[in-house]
Design a protein around this ligand. Structure first.
Ligand code: 5AD
Ligand code: SF4
Length: 447
């Protein structure tokens, strides 16, 4: 960074509101870093800042609706504070340029996912003109890991790739984030080493479809990257999100099994349990392929905790298709699921199909999926009672301030009575009770 850049935002304060996935959370940490490098300081609230950045998500209609209601509230704030600079970043900025700039009062600038490295310049020039910096390119944009302003002092995100080439029929991501591009392994390793130096205990590798990662120079695979990162001295736990069942090769399973650091936990989106629906979704695998993959994974990685994403009400989904999804949930018994009603998204292939599952049918199917999963999770969680789990301590419990909260290796939320009242460490916790969404226990006093 040059001195000139460093001074550009001196004396100004920023606040970032993040919607959406872990990728967005991580991007916000990078953007905060770019603003701090330019001299800005963080503010505690939208009311007390002079640069307000909204990092947006377009993956479902609901996420966009949330953004528009938030922007409505910001418009009221701007009336009181005319000097406030409001920027919109992320997927909606990329996809809805005209609509966003057409709003009155609209944002002062838009910045798409491929333009974050220019953020400080964009903010600095925005006091004179409204800026629009979107559009994509095929280059990897490197951020110095030292500049990232991280929200979590224990678990660090490390982006390994950007974009997606899969074009699942319902998904807007290939349009908002563009084609896949891969971060060079030395840059990834440098960031993991930086986290290790800062005492981070967990690293989460991020990408829209990490299994299709390739070294941009040599073409070596995600499995090789996993082995390389697993060998870095420091953080004890290594995770990666998100995986795609179509690209989950046996060498990735082998690399997971070979590394004690790779958590026995995986997010593996299924989307539907009906092969006919999967085909129309352009997912590239069948129900049987998915079940076979889970079988191989569980054989190689005993105790593996699996989570998934489910969409109900995709165009043409019949009752039989829906029952097939419920059947797969019963068969696999996921540790956790994220379930959504299908909503058409701009530019996607499915947006050209009739959205023909009535809203009340989607709602009922969602309730059925969630009720079934709740009972599976409760039973699964009860199986932990009496066992002692290693828990990464992340903060105070939201339910009870006397308790600490953390995550187990399988990503289960654990609230527990501490023996040592500090955060940012591993604790051994004996599980005493369980609900569908979390476990409760007592820390076993270190000998
Ligand atoms: N409608 C509903 N859910 C969607 N998802 C992605 N696009 C849509 C859509 N158009 C869900 C998928 C994906 C998760 C991040 O969001 O389940 O895995
Ligand atoms: Fe979207 Fe499919 Fe790519 Fe995931 S793999 S980001 S669901 S297009």
């Amino acid at each position: 960074m040059t001195n000139q850049k460093t001074a550009a935002l001196a004396g100004r304060t920023y606040f970032i509101r993040t919607f959406g996935c872990q990728m967005n959370e991580s991007d916000s940490e990078h953007m905060a870093g770019a603003l701090v490098q330019a001299g800005a300081r963080p503010a505690d609230s939208p009311e007390s800042c002079d640069i307000l950045l909204v990092n947006t998500c377009a993956v479902r209609e609901k996420s966009e609706e949330k953004l528009y209601s938030y922007l409505g509230r910001l418009a009221a704030l701007k009336k009181k504070k005319p000097g406030l600079v409001i920027g919109v970043a992320g997927c909606v900025a990329e996809l809805r340029r005209a609509e966003l700039f057409g709003r009155k009062p609209g944002p002062d600038f838009l910045v798409g996912p491929d333009r974050y490295e220019d953020l400080a310049r964009i903010v600095a020039q925005t006091s004179r003109v409204r800026s629009l910096e979107t559009g994509r390119d095929s280059l990897w944009h490197e951020f110095g890991p030292e500049t990232v302003v991280r929200e979590n002092p224990v678990s660090g995100y490390v982006t390994i790739m950007e974009g997606c080439d899969n074009f699942c029929a319902y998904c807007v991501v290939p349009f908002s984030r563009g084609r896949e591009k891969y971060r060079p392994p030395p840059n990834i390793v440098r960031e993991v080493e930086d986290l290790a130096r800062r005492g981070y205990l967990e690293v989460q590798l991020l990408g829209q479809n990490v299994n299709s990662y390739r070294d941009p120079k040599t073409g070596t695979s995600f499995a090789a990257l996993l082995r390389t990162v697993g060998a870095v001295d420091g953080p004890s736990w290594l995770r990666f999100i998100t995986s795609h069942p179509k690209n989950f090769s046996d060498d990735i399973i082998d690399a997971m099994a070979a590394s004690p650091k790779v958590c026995r936990e995986l997010h593996l989106p299924l989307q539907s349990g009906s092969s006919a629906v999967l085909e129309r979704m352009n997912r590239g695998y069948s129900r049987d392929h998915y079940i076979g993959l889970v079988r191989r994974l569980r054989r190689a990685l005993p105790g593996l905790s699996l989570s998934t994403d489910i969409i109900v009400g995709f165009p043409g989904e019949t009752e039989e298709d829906h029952r097939a999804t419920l059947d797969v949930l019963r068969e696999i018994r996921f540790a956790n699921i994220f379930s959504f009603r299908y909503s058409p998204r701009p530019q996607t292939a499915a947006a050209r199909l009739a959205d023909d599952v009535p809203a009340e049918v989607k709602a009922r199917r969602l309730v059925e999926v969630q009720a079934l999963q709740k009972s599976i999770q409760l039973e699964f969680h009860r199986s932990f009672i009496g066992r002692t789990l290693t828990v990464l301590v992340l903060g105070s419990s939201k339910k009870d301030a006397r308790l600490l909260a953390g995550r187990s290796e399988g990503r289960q939320v654990v609230n527990f009575v501490p023996a040592v009242a500090t955060l940012g460490r591993f604790a051994q916790v004996r599980i005493t009770s369980a609900g569908p969404y979390s476990l409760r226990g007592e820390e076993v006093r270190p000998a």
